[in-house]
Design a protein around this ligand. Structure first.
Ligand code: NAD
Length: 501
């Protein structure tokens, strides 16, 4: 019996609706506390089997999963499109990045996490020291609605590669895509225990139940307020958490930037997925010297953007009415505060769609600059120089992604930015680079997904040291002697009582 079949026996359910048509596209169980706990217990048993396979034994399972999804990609595009009304190309983008994360983790898990010898240091030269990274056990993964394929693959895939079992709680707005990705693991690996890769469904209460269920680590991706609740729910059991939260990513356009390339990248980065991306470009700081030329290029890029549900449309509808209202509030407030609309305006909001909106000269204290908008809205503000651009870019509570356009100064500007990642002369690229860690600082959260740091996020460091021979004076036995005290005193003075390099 698969995890899915066990779920359908329960009573309470909820419907998932296509945001463009309102049609019901699926019905899912609302898992309660007991159901979540039972799922986690089943996962615990499956994890022992998985752990015993070791890195070499686990790798083919992950490879078969990736291969199966690659060969059935059209089904995922179709399902993602049906569930969220996003263009298939958006779903394809997610799948591409997610498969690469799982592939990278499967290939590199051994190298990053395997046992290794560590130098014990001169004072303990009689010891053999070994460091290894052990799987936590069962990892709970809670995901948002905006990238159900990518975040399921990336979160669950990396946790699995590190040797954990996973119980995923997908968003109540897009569970079908997430579950299809997880089911594919079992279709590709019929001999794996069903509870190794499983899921629970429902609303916030189900997510909260997962936090308190006894999982050994909780990986949360979602909004800042929910992140706080997740941390609080994990506190009583001291369950460690990784929080991947929202952002207000800034792009800096320096005077020596390729303005056409910057405008094209900024518009893609701001509008991709309808702006419903944690690392979407929400703010741009352009230096005065190139402001007019840059705004002209942005205007050109924004015209003719195809908003709709076609397979290759630029982006689709907003997923929730609440999100539309946030966009409306930010745009009307900015305009009332003196901002200008370079592209679109309030009339661009025609729910569930929103055409591209570019606002210029928005006062820095307005919500459109300070809060996550999560819609196809880009704010472009002008600054006298790059230093001021950096100061403003760093001035929000967030610190997820960022980008810089400059022919010569990119890396130096990037170093001054307070963000988990920066892309120079492109946008968002570091997110899709599986070898690089991804995560934020400040209100954007903490902990990392993918890259070596991401693998270690789902494992704990374990030190094992072994005494090989006696080397006096031994401070770990009684009785203490005056001679021993004197020898250690001399050692301390000799070793630490002078400057060292
Ligand atoms: P959300 O916080 O409303 O929900 C995320 C998930 O948490 C859902 O599965 C939801 O059911 C669950 N949840 C809700 N209340 C809970 C509780 N009390 N305890 C446990 N789980 C609970 O977020 P959303 O609206 O689905 O997603 C949008 C947000 O996600 C944006 O802020 C976006 O920036 C962020 N996001 C961040 C990243 C990243 O990697 N940093 C990626 C994608 C999205």
């Amino acid at each position: 019996m698969t995890a899915q079949a066990e779920h359908t026996e329960r009573a309470a359910t909820f419907d998932v609706r296509n945001p463009a048509t309102g049609a019901v596209v699926g019905t899912f169980p609302v898992d309660d506390d007991a159901a979540v706990r039972a799922q986690v217990e089943r996962a615990r048993e499956a994890q022992r089997w998985w752990s015993e396979l070791g890195f070499a034994g686990r790798r083919p399972y992950l490879q078969r999963w990736v291969r199966y999804l690659a060969l059935h990609c059209d089904e995922i595009y179709e399902l993602g499109h049906t569930e969220t009304a996003r263009p298939r190309a958006d779903v394809q983008f997610e799948l591409f990045a997610g498969l690469e994360d799982v592939r990278w983790a499967a290939v590199h898990a051994r190298k990053v996490l395997r046992e290794r010898r560590v130098a014990p240091g001169l004072a303990m030269a009689n010891f053999d020291a070994r460091l290894s990274y052990q799987p936590y056990g069962v990892v709970g993964v809670i995901t948002p609605w905006n990238a159900p394929v990518y975040l399921t693959l990336s979160g669950a895939g990396v946790a699995l590669a590190a040797g954990n079992a996973v119980v995923v709680k997908p968003s109540e707005l897009s569970p079908a895509s997430a579950i299809a990705v997880l089911e594919a693991f079992h279709t590709a690996n019929p001999d794996a225990p069903p509870a190794l890769v499983s899921w629970v469904t429902g609303f916030g209460e189900t997510g909260s139940a997962l936090c308190g269920s006894g999982v050994d680590k909780l990986a949360f991706t979602g909004s800042v307020p929910t992140g706080r609740r997740v941390m609080a729910a994990c506190a009583p059991t001291l369950t460690p958490v990784v929080l991947e939260l929202g952002g207000k990513d800034a792009t800096i356009v320096a005077a020596d930037a390729d303005l056409e390339a910057a405008a094209a990248a900024v518009m893609w980065g701001g509008l991709f997925n309808g702006g419903q991306a944690c690392v979407g470009v929400e703010r741009v700081y352009v230096v005065q010297e190139v402001r007019d030329a840059f705004l002209d290029a942005v205007k050109k890029q924004a015209t003719g953007v195809d908003v709709g549900t076609g397979p290759l449309s630029a982006y689709g509808p907003m997923t929730t009415e609440a999100q539309v209202e946030i966009v409306r509030r930010h745009v009307t407030d900015a305009l009332a505060a003196g901002a200008q609309a370079l592209v679109g305006g309030p009339e661009s909001i025609r729910p569930p769609y929103i055409d591209p909106i570019v606002l210029v000269d928005v006062p820095e204290d307005r919500p459109a600059v300070r809060e996550e908008t999560f819609g196809p809205v880009v704010v472009v503000n002008t600054v006298p120089d790059v230093d001021e651009a950096v100061r403003r870019a760093n001035s929000t509570e967030f610190g997820l992604g960022s980008s810089v356009f400059s022919a010569r100064g990119g890396p130096a500007i990037a170093r001054a930015l307070r963000a988990g990642g920066t892309t120079v002369n492109s946008v968002l690229t570091f997110v899709g680079m599986s070898s690089m860690p991804f995560g934020g600082v400040g209100s954007s959260g903490f902990g990392r997904f993918h890259g070596a740091d991401g693998l270690r996020e789902f494992a704990y460091a374990r030190s094992v040291v072994r005494k090989r021979f006696r080397m006096g004076p031994d401070m770990q036995v009684f009785p203490r002697t005056p001679e021993q005290f004197d020898t250690v005193r001399k050692t301390i003075r000799l070793r630490y009582g002078r400057t060292f390099k």
